[in-house]
Every structure is written in C-alpha cells, then in structure tokens.
Design a protein around this ligand. Structure first.
Ligand code: ADP
Ligand code: MG
Length: 241
C-alpha cells in the first residue's frame, strides 16, 4: 500500500534528512514510527502525501507514484488521510461542516450524502451529539477525534498520524488512542508517529525506529521492546520507558 524505494531528501544543500529509505507497508498493516526528536519522523510521513517533496527515489501509495509530477495532488490526498499534532480544525465551521467540507468540495459528494457519512463517522468516534458544536467548545481530545473523522470522510486507503496525542492533556490521550485502535482493528492501513509505546505494543504490527534520517530498526513490537538491535534504540528506549 505504501512503498519507499531509495528515498532521499535534503533540506537546503547540507541537511540530508532522509537517507536512502526503503520501506513497504502492506494493506491493513499498522506501523508505528518512533525515534529521537529531529530524526526525520515528521518529514518521513509528510512526504507520503506530498506535504514535503523528495529529492531522489520513489514513493508510491496504492499504486499512485507520489513524486511523479503528473500525479494530481487532490487525487493523492483523497487516498491519504492525515492527522496532525495540532488538530487544525476550521474554527469558523461546525463539527459537521468540518467533516463534510472536503467530501462536498473535492469529491463532489451531495450535501445529504456527505452529512450521512459524517454522522456515521461521528458515531464511530463517539461524538454524534457534538455535530453542531464549534471546535473552540470542544476539549482537545474531542477535537482530535473530530480531526480523525474528518480524515476518514474522504474514505482514504491510508491514514497517517503525526504525534496525534502529544498536544493533549494526559487524561485525553486514551480516548484518542482508543479511536485509533478501533480504526486499526477495522483494517485501515496506518502509519503512526508516536511516543505512546503502549499503543505500539498493543496495536502496531511493526515498529520503525528512525535516527538521523535512517531506519535503524524495522521489526515487530515484541522484538523492538525486548531485543532492540542497535545501541541507539536501546538508549532511546531507556529514555522513554
Ligand atoms: P522529527 O519529527 O523526528 O522530530 P523532523 O522531520 O521534524 O523530525 O525534522 C528532521 C530534521 O529536519 C530536524 O533537524 C529539523 O530541524 C529539520 N527540518 C524539519 N523541517 C524543516 C524545514 N521545513 N526546513 C529545514 N529543516 C527542517
Ligand atoms: Mg515530528
């Protein structure tokens, strides 16, 4: 579903931020990406929907070559949902309108069909009763659940998450991880940058450990947590566990 072949990216001339990455994510797989701050995790997942261009190599998602200049960015982004650390909901739109906007404008869905879909998604994230609320009246955890529903409204093949719980108060982390776990169990292909190692252990099929723009470990959660191969990963785990 996602394939990186010899992907390189530089910021400017000197900063080699992704170093010859090769990676495959199969349909339905859940891959957690972890690693020290500044290792390139956000850059890695932002390249998948062209939020960041690459300099060299190839990335494809469900057969669409992301870095082909002929690829239509709207087609690509309809296939790839993205949830950020800061929820980035539209503050002037209700919850329902936040979710229906892209399906109506980009997918040309009818308003009634988009609202029906939005209500199904709000049921899934446990917020059907908030359809008419505005983002500023929701807690951080609720806003992030709406952001997940909004991503799903485009019916993507893949969902990407960049530290979706790191801006939340601790008591709200569980409700967001719970929604993500249900999504994983429903068969969604997911890449998740997170430091929530409980989520990685319980939900991930694989863990990637990134350091200085290189994938140092690509293994099962079991192997990563019990027998990390590299000193960098051992050191990282000592710091966060
Ligand atoms: P992580 O998400 O693992 O913390 P990032 O992908 O955000 O890492 O950043 C990797 C490195 O690239 C860091 O050194 C960061 O300062 C740098 N970087 C990130 N975004 C940019 C940018 N837009 N321009 C220049 N350097 C950047
Ligand atoms: Mg980051």
């Amino acid at each position: 579903m996602i394939r990186f072949s010899s992907v390189n990216k530089w910021y400017g001339r000197d900063h080699h931020v992704l170093k010859n990455l090769n990676l495959e994510v199969r349909q339905g797989e859940v891959v957690v990406v972890c690693g020290p701050s500044g290792s390139g995790k956000s850059t890695l997942i932002r390249t998948i929907n062209q939020l960041e261009p690459i300099n060299d190599g190839e990335i494809s998602v469900g057969g669409i070559v992301v870095n082909d200049p002929k690829t239509d960015i709207n087609t690509l982004r309809a296939e790839v949902g993205f949830v950020f650390q800061h929820f980035n909901l539209y503050p002037h739109l209700s919850v329902l309108d936040n979710i229906t906007l892209a399906p109506i404008q980009v997918k040309k869905m009818s308003r009634s069909a988009a609202e029906k879909l939005a209500m199904e998604l709000l049921e899934r994230v446990g917020l059907a009763n908030k359809r008419d609320a505005y983002p500023s009246n929701l807690s951080g955890g609720q806003q992030q659940r709406v952001a997940i529903a909004r991503g799903l409204a485009m019916q993507p093949k893949v969902m990407l998450f960049d530290e979706p719980t790191s801006a939340l108060d601790p008591e709200m982390i569980g409700e967001v991880l719970g929604v993500m776990q249900k999504l994983a169990e429903s068969g969604m292909t997911m890449m998740v940058v997170t430091h929530e190692m409980g989520f990685a252990r319980e939900v991930a099929d694989r863990v990637l450990f990134l350091a200085d723009g290189e994938i140092l470990e690509d293994t099962t959660p079991e192997a990563f947590f019990t027998a990390p191969k590299t000193d960098r990963a051992k050191q990282f785990l000592r710091q966060i566990l």
